[in-house]
Ligand binder design. Sequence first.
Ligand SMILES: NC(=O)C1=CN([C@@H]2O[C@H](COP(=O)(O)OP(=O)(O)OC[C@H]3O[C@@H](n4cnc5c(N)ncnc54)[C@H](O)[C@@H]3O)[C@@H](O)[C@H]2O)C=CC1
Ligand SMILES: O=C1[C@@H](O)[C@H](O)[C@@H](O)[C@H](O)[C@H]1O
Length: 360
Amino acid sequence: MTAAEVLPAVTPAGAETADLRVAVLGVGLMGADHVARLSRRVSGARVTVVSDAATDRADQVAAGVPGARVVPDPLAAIADPGVDAVVVASPGRFHEEQVLACIERGVPVLCEKPLTMDADSSLAVVRAEDAYTARTGQRLVQVGFMRRFDPEYAALRELVASGGLGEPLLVHCAHRNPAVPAGVTTESVVNDSVVHEVDVARFLLGEEIAAVTVLRPRSTRRAAEGLSDPLVVLLETTGGRLVDVECFVSTGLAYEVRTEVVGEDGSALIGLDPGPVRLSAGPGGAVRGSTAAPGFRERFGRAYDIEVQRWVDAARHGGIDGPGAWDGYAAQAVCAAGVEALRTGRRTEVRMEPRGGTRS
Ligand SMILES: NC(=O)C1=CN([C@@H]2O[C@H](COP(=O)(O)OP(=O)(O)OC[C@H]3O[C@@H](n4cnc5c(N)ncnc54)[C@H](O)[C@@H]3O)[C@@H](O)[C@H]2O)C=CC1
Ligand SMILES: O=C1[C@@H](O)[C@H](O)[C@@H](O)[C@H](O)[C@H]1O
């Protein structure tokens, strides 16, 4: 999609037509992308406030958006009367405070993954939103698991849900990054990368993850000091299905995300590149023989656009349209078990509170 194209809004005729005034908290890689898509590719919204601990970055991003102001304090940005909704794209350790402040003020929030840094704090967000929903009937929190909006993942889920593969039995996932920033640890790979596969498994199979095992095969020579890379993660679902995840974040090649569902009556695979599928390192580290995407922004660009458009459309009508706080909590609970499994080398059961609350 070109920058000039605008995704179709689903706003019904006669409904509220004023643009949603959005504050974006954190305008690094993801936040700056979200500002650009809200300003140029998504309809029904405009960015009015930008907030970032790095004020020079905030100034630079706001300068490119007519009508946007910088409010350096993120909590002041959430409280700003010129803000109807918030996108949280700050580092994960700030999400809990910022999302809770949005619930407190009663503004819709699209929070990048992870919802928070651990299961307990994610559950606190679930409970706070439940209390708000009990009073108002409205949901406020959507979590940025963008793969649910990717046309290939949506089609795969439809196929599984319609029984097109028979009873699903196994899911095979590969998640490969060419490289990760310095400082990434094996634990953070579970929390930042494997977390997407956890959400995909729950999305495709419609059931929770009951136990996690993490295997550490021999690491690539490209892995940073102390990083176990690749990992193989086994997720057992409550219905007895098995999901295996290869997570390999320093391949030196391209961004490859593949998912295959194997059912009693068939299998389906997504994420294959249209061109030749062999990847190999060429001279100077160049990737040869493939049309694979270089990174997640390219592979999932369309998914991010659809995610944000649907969130805007829903937020303008007082709701969400995508994974919510419970999905964020469930993913954190599974990742917590994954980190424990990594530490102990043992199969670890996922500890989750009963769903309860006000949601269906
Ligand atoms: N859905 C997806 O595929 C992806 C999601 N993410 C998530 O997006 C979030 C942001 O990640 P990146 O953009 O890659 O990080 P980044 O480091 O590029 O950007 C974060 C920005 O937040 C700013 N910041 C720091 N403290 C802040 C605070 N208290 N309030 C507001 N802003 C603050 C930083 O100065 C920086 O500009 C993370 O939660 C990350 O996990 C990141 C990459 C892909
Ligand atoms: O969320 C993301 C990053 O944080 C993570 O580091 C990558 O592995 C994922 O592919 C990307 O979608």
